[in-house]
Ligand binder design. Sequence first.
Ligand code: BGC
Length: 758
Amino acid sequence: MGKLKKTILNTAAKIYFALSHSPLRQEEHLDPEGESAATEGMPALLRRAAAEGAVLLKNDGVLPITKRIALFGRAQADTFYVGYGSGGDVIKPYRVSILDGLEKALPLVTSLSEAYREFSKKFPIERGGWGFWPHSYPEMPVSEELAKTARRETDTAVVVLGRAAGEEMDNLPSRGSYLLSEEEENMLALVIKTFPRVAVVLNIGSPVDLSWLERYKVNAVLVVWQGGMETGNACADLLTGKVSPSGKLTDTFARAYADYPSSAFRGGKKVVYGEDIFVGYRHFETKAREKVLFPFGFGLSYTTFSISARYEEKKVIFSVTNTGNTFGREVVQVYVQKPTGELENPARELVAFHKTKLLAPNETEHHELLLDERAFASFDGTRGGFVKLKGEYRIFCGSDVRSAQEIGAFSSEEVLVQPTKPLTYTVPLPSELPVSDRKISFSDVKEGRASVGEFVSAFSDEELEAISYGAIVMNSPLGADGNAGVMGGVTESLRGRGIPPITMTDGPSGIRLNTSSSLLPCATLLGCTFDPSLVEKIYRAVGQEMKERGSRVLLAPAMNLHRDPLCGRNFEYYSEDPYLTGKLAAAAVRGVQSVGVSACPKHFCCNNREEDRNRSDSRLSERALRELYLRGFEICVKEGKPHFLMTSYNKINGVYAHYNAALVRGILRGEWGFDGCVVTDWWMKKGSCPQSGKRKNNEARVYAGVNVLMPGGGYVIKRYQHGGVKKKLGKKGHLTRAELQKNACEILAGILKTEENS
Ligand code: BGC
């Protein structure tokens, strides 16, 4: 094919992708019924959650505020509630801007806030389009006169700075994106010159440059993140002291973007993970302590705590006392330092954490945390898997990675903790199912009168192939209006057998349908709560909303790591740390699945950059893969038991995730025991894996254990149509009927889980 033709087809495909994801996405969608359309209980729950994940980075006493404030910064009116793309595109009943929230809670300098309201009306924000989202919105120019007029009414200013980000686009290490824009910096400088007391509120989805804190004297910094539909109310609760901040950073804030080790490997189709396991605080605490502005796990409160802890034989026993004057919650974090010998280990690794209840002044909470053997294990393929290496182990406990104190140590001999298989994995070929002469329907399987195998044995080749695709289009007429896709009973004949069409909907921040649903705080914020039980509660409520709206599978939690602060989808993911990610994702899965619907964690794995995401190739060591990028998924699969799982767009060491037999059949199913249904991400590239031989594209996908191609059809353009499995079925080296049967059984296992659960 000629280059020009290829480019035209690719562009057309991208446009189709954008349109099918959300035809009207340039607009913000609100339910015309407003607050009355909100699910009962959700506003209060999400207001609490949004406040619990906010992180107080600095406070010399200016917060909480009870007097009049002069509110600066455009994001007060044009607040960022979530990021852009499939993970943010929720029709919400309402949303509370920071200005609206504060106005109800505190006296404001009204002339100033009115000026911002006017500006925002006169110069409405541009939302860009799919993959061309704004990084920030242009600021209102603030004159000295405007600032001085406001100063006459109060000595206290709050400056709101906001950042967007979105799918299929990364942030930039430049002004207006990772760095302050010139207008923002000018405004900040003017406010600081004019007001003796200045607090900054950051309305962001992942770390941004804060090096200006070393140049400008700011009295307080509160990160409220993108807090979902209750952002403004939560911000008011925090600034006024109704709630004491208790969020902790799930990422390191470094002095400069260039300090993050991944920055050295930015760009290019081959994404070299040259920093290996030294991501985030694993790097900073080991090799570059001086580059840290705010360490992982850090967050202040309006009160103070003292933690006393000891380590006894795999147990951390501690008590936390509120030593200040107001109520608050503390997060106790346990880190381990493993021996460094042939393998280099980080100075700290998070192995356990606990968030206290709300403690009154002088109140103490006692608690114990158990550490399992994996807490001490490093991955070493030459030694057979995860090993506790010979040497000394030191345990640290505290309220952030930097200040955690040593509470114990022990020595160990070498112990193989968890053996693993080599990463090259050849799939044993199944044999064909014995044909059953009974007439079996899916309800017989559900009610235990027949096995899945007996049921599938009667499927024609056409049916076996059909069930391995989702319904051709997004927003399929077979599912709830506005669905991301439908799988399962996608043809008449499959439905005739009793298999229901299964509606799948995005996503991590709430349900994306054509009806309104609650807009949750972004995942970074939920991560900063360090509170799995709160996360579980929130997703239980989302599960209820799914049931009411006809969604069976939530395409969430999204759980890739914050390897690089510029990744456009960081707001959908929790943290730079895999243990925390896994614990929170497992909680989200448990929440959704506790009410009779299903979760589909994503994107498995190493989708840590958006640029060129379905052509990029993440190149990394097996150690980094196992210790970091698979670790969260492992915890989530083992502890959350999701019914579904989604592969990522990218290649991993040369093989696309959706053709990756070693990862899906070998590790996910083989080692971790995942027994649900694996689906692809949406619209995939063709390919194969080294072991799949003549099996290419969908044949290779089925071979690899990736059961369903989503959404199912190709783009309108033929080149992108996948299929053709049946044509070659049974031919030498190609897919066999037995493999397709096994694939159908795995799909039905996922559907059975969701049906049995309902
Ligand atoms: C995203 C997925 C999402 C899917 C369906 C893709 O673009 O990567 O996370 O679930 O679309 O909307």
